[in-house]
Design a protein. Structure first.
Length: 154
């Protein structure tokens, strides 16, 4: 026997949302439906009050219910999708800076200019992998920070 699962916008799912006290909640929220809150229409559930395992009450909007499985008395809450932000890549013009400093000196003192050019190119070759590694480390740190940050206003 297959278990009937109804999507959140389905009319049957709306019926079960109006009669789901005592159902288990899984997904983005976990617990048991304790109370149904309705706005204007007494037949349409707007919010569910969910009692979590820790004994706290959590308000879940009915629009965030992905599916209802009435045979198992389970509601599945979808996780909110957050678009990933692209971190701007920082370019450090090491070689361009050396060339910019070396040009005016080239006219006045060719041997000094040649030495500066060689040093600038050497530094740019040495610094480029280090700059890329540090930038990548900051990207990883930012991703880890976003994943572990505690937001008290939620």
């Amino acid at each position: 026997m297959t278990v009937a699962r109804f999507e959140g916008t389905d009319p049957v799912a709306r019926y079960w949302l109006a009669n789901c006290e005592g159902f288990a909640v899984e997904g983005a929220a976990r617990g048991v439906v304790e109370e149904l809150q309705r706005d204007g229409d007494p037949h349409v559930t707007a919010r569910l009050v969910v009692r979590t395992r820790a004994g706290r009450r959590k308000i879940v909007h009915a629009a965030s219910i992905a599916s209802v499985v009435p045979a198992e008395r389970v509601l599945v809450v979808e996780r909110p999708r957050r678009p990933r932000r692209q971190m701007p890549h920082i370019r450090i013009p090491v070689a361009g800076t050396a060339a910019m400093v070396a040009r005016p000196l080239a006219a006045a003192r060719p041997p000094v200019a040649a030495a500066l050019r060689d040093i600038g190119v050497g530094l740019a070759e040495l610094a480029a992998p280090a700059v890329a590694t540090v930038a990548h480390s900051f990207d990883l740190f930012a991703a880890e920070l976003r994943a572990t940050i505690v937001r008290p206003w939620r």
